[in-house]
Ligand binder design. Structure first.
Ligand code: 5GP
Length: 193
């Protein structure tokens, strides 16, 4: 095979986490968050674009009242490696002062993006800032950051699907998978966000 397939699932070498497993775990996290934040003024902050699928499912498993907002960050540097230099591409719509902020992220890798984001949010005087990530790759950590809620700890592979992309593709896969090697050789002329 020389390039990416028309059916994006054909580009996947291995399914790491099935959609059933994601659904079950997301329901557990939603229940846990509902218990932990009961009676608090909660703001869920979705980190675009990678966390949008997870956020959409997670929030429907949260039974307490919550507000939502979105933020988009972009890291300078190579496509699949975080440089640690983060730029806010789209800021929050509303102030976070005195709110209990729960950042919803797709994956924590080096931790540099979340570490920056956490400080950025802390400076706006919220009541608290915690992190909920679908995936965690602790082997790759460069800064000390531990998610408060984590769906799955995964080994050091570049994964796609369920919101996560490679060159903007594969976000619409319903599972988390590892692409075939030929995918890395293809160029879709897009940049990563
Ligand atoms: P960090 O700053 O923790 O190194 O990087 C976090 C960001 O890098 C994630 O939000 C995600 O956009 C991207 N990233 C890290 N690992 C992966 C991966 O395995 N697959 C995809 N698609 N993106 C990743």
């Amino acid at each position: 095979m020389s390039g990416p397939s028309l059916n994006i699932a054909d580009d996947i070498r291995e399914i790491l986490i099935t959609s059933e497993a994601i659904r079950e775990r997301t329901a557990e996290l939603g229940a846990e968050i509902s218990r932990d934040y009961a009676g608090k003024d909660v703001l869920l902050v979705c980190v675009l674009k990678g966390a949008m699928v997870f956020m959409a499912d997670l929030m429907r498993h949260i039974t307490i009242p919550v507000c939502i907002d979105t933020i988009a960050v972009s890291s300078y540097g190579a496509a699949t490696v975080s440089s640690g230099v983060v730029r806010i591409v789209k800021d929050l719509d509303a102030p976070v002062a005195d709110k209990h902020v729960l950042v919803v992220e797709d994956i924590v890798d080096s931790g540099l993006t979340l570490s920056y984001l956490r400080n950025y949010l802390f400076n706006r005087k919220p009541a608290s800032v915690r992190i909920c990530t679908l995936l965690d790759k602790p082997e790759r950590r460069e800064v000390s950051i531990t998610p408060d809620y984590c769906g799955f700890v995964i080994p050091n592979h570049f994964v796609v699907g369920y919101g996560l992309d490679y060159q903007e593709r594969y976000r619409n896969l319903p599972f988390i998978g590892i692409p075939h090697d030929y995918v890395w050789a293809s160029n879709h002329n897009n940049h990563k966000q």
